[in-house]
Structures are given as C-alpha cells and as structure tokens.
Design a protein around this ligand. Structure first.
Ligand code: MF3
Ligand code: CO
Length: 247
C-alpha cells in the first residue's frame, strides 16, 4: 500500500534528508585515492552520529556498515572493507539516515583522480537519468513513466539499466511501496498521488545490466565486470511537480 505523507510528516523528513545530503558533500570533499572503503564508511558513521541521527543501514537485515560503498563493477551494496581506492575508480556512496522517526536516502558516485572518459560519461549520464526520470513528474503521473524516461536516456547513450534493483517509497520505513523501477512502459503503473515520498535512483551500467550477488550475500557486481554508477535522491510528489528533499 502506498502511504502518502502529511505536511507535518514531510517536515519531519527534511532533517534526515538534509543530513544525508550534507554527509555526501562532506564525503565528496574528502574521498581520494589511498583511502579504503572502510575509511569512507567511518566518515559516514561519524557524520551521521554527530548530526544526531542513526545510520539506517547499520544492522538492517544484518548489513554490517553505515554506508554502501560500491567501486567500479560493484553496482550496489558494496560492504566497506580494506579495498583501497585507486586513481581512475568510480565509487558510489549510498547512505540512509534515521531521525525524527523517518529515513532519508541519497547516493552519489564520485570519481577518484583522473578517470577515463568512458567512466566519466557514465557518471554524468547516470545523474542525467535521474533528472530525465523526474521530468514532468507530478501528482497523477503514471509510476512507470519514471523508468521509461530513465531507460530511454541511458540506452540513447549506449548504456544499460540495472533491472534487479529499484527505487522505492520511503518514510517511517527505509523501503516502502511502491517499487520504482528504472525501466518501464510509458503510461503504465499506478498514478502517483501528491504527498507520496519516493527515492528515484538510477543504477546504470557501461555494459551488461545483468548482475550477480557475491557470497557475502550483499555485494552486487555486473556479470561482465564493467563499471556501473548510481545516483539517488529522496523526493516528494507535489500537485505541480516534485520537491527534492536531498538537494
Ligand atoms: N540506499 C539503499 C537502498 O535504497 C540502502 C539499502 S542498503 C542496506 O536500498 F544495507 F541497508 F540494505
Ligand atoms: Co534507496
């Protein structure tokens, strides 16, 4: 069931959403070659705690960290460890914070030092896919228009859309209805109502969209080991457009 939020609830969501936004700015200013993905997780944990919030991912279904730190071929849910970031890597940092009884969810993909033109284009197009996805989005828009618009932009640029993971509703729970796929048929799906809060999060790959999950049961990598990128914001559907809470 898709829950819509009252203005009071949306007001409460502003804080966790601002915290994840600011945290990713903080991480973006510091992330560099030579750091481990665990170092990135420590930055995230400390920032979220210092903001008076809780890292929602830590302990979620047994997930062992505060951030998902996904390097190159890792699509999502990279578990922070001793992997050292290297010049030329692209790294998505996906974080969720809990405060005021609500979650806020945001992801950015960072380039480490000099990155190949192909990977830089992937990172840029993935962010563009977010903006294309929400183009025209307002109360009454069919849900799968988002995915249709994301997919069209990704494929026009020669990239592919990850199918196995989707965006989602968010609120008192990190994952609420509806699922928000990054592919779909225009004009289909439920019509989104004003006050619905969703995460739109294109995950776009250079090569195949097929993924497999490693034996740690979290880390998802592309089958061809080519890079993928991820970009996400939490937003409210409004009568006349959207309000992005994590910008
Ligand atoms: N931002 C991720 C999502 O949208 C958070 C899930 S990671 C988990 O699904 F570890 F918490 F599962
Ligand atoms: Co999310």
């Amino acid at each position: 069931m898709i829950l819509t939020k009252s203005e009071e609830e949306i007001q409460l969501m502003r804080e966790p959403c601002a915290i994840v936004r600011d945290c990713l700015k903080f991480v973006g200013d510091r992330i560099r070659a030579g750091m481990t993905t665990k170092d990135v997780d420590t930055l995230v944990y400390d920032f979220i705690k210092a903001s008076g919030a809780e890292p929602s991912c830590l302990g979620y279904c047994g997930y062992p960290a505060s951030a998902c730190v996904s390097v190159n071929e890792v699509v999502v849910h990279g578990i922070p460890d001793e992997r050292v970031l290297d010049e030329g890597d692209i790294v998505s940092v996906d974080i969720v914070a809990y405060k005021n009884g609500f979650h806020g969810d945001c992801c950015r993909t960072f380039c480490i030092g000099e990155v190949s033109e192909e990977k830089r284009k992937l990172v840029r197009v993935t962010e563009e896919c977010f903006w294309k996805g929400i183009e025209g989005l307002k109360a009454g828009t069919p849900l799968y228009n988002i995915g249709y618009q994301v997919q069209r932009h990704a494929e026009e640029n020669g990239f592919s859309v990850i199918r196995a993971y989707t965006g989602h509703g968010i609120g008192r729970e990190m994952h609420e209805d509806p699922n928000v796929p990054n592919f779909g048929r225009k004009g289909t799906g439920v019509r989104l109502e004003a006050g619905t809060v969703i995460c739109v999060e294109p995950m776009i790959a250079l090569g195949t969209w097929k993924v497999k999950v490693l034996s740690d049961e979290w880390t998802a990598i592309t089958l061809d080991k080519k890079s993928a990128a991820h970009y996400e914001n939490t937003l409210v559907v409004r009568e006349d457009g959207v309000e992005i809470l994590t910008l």
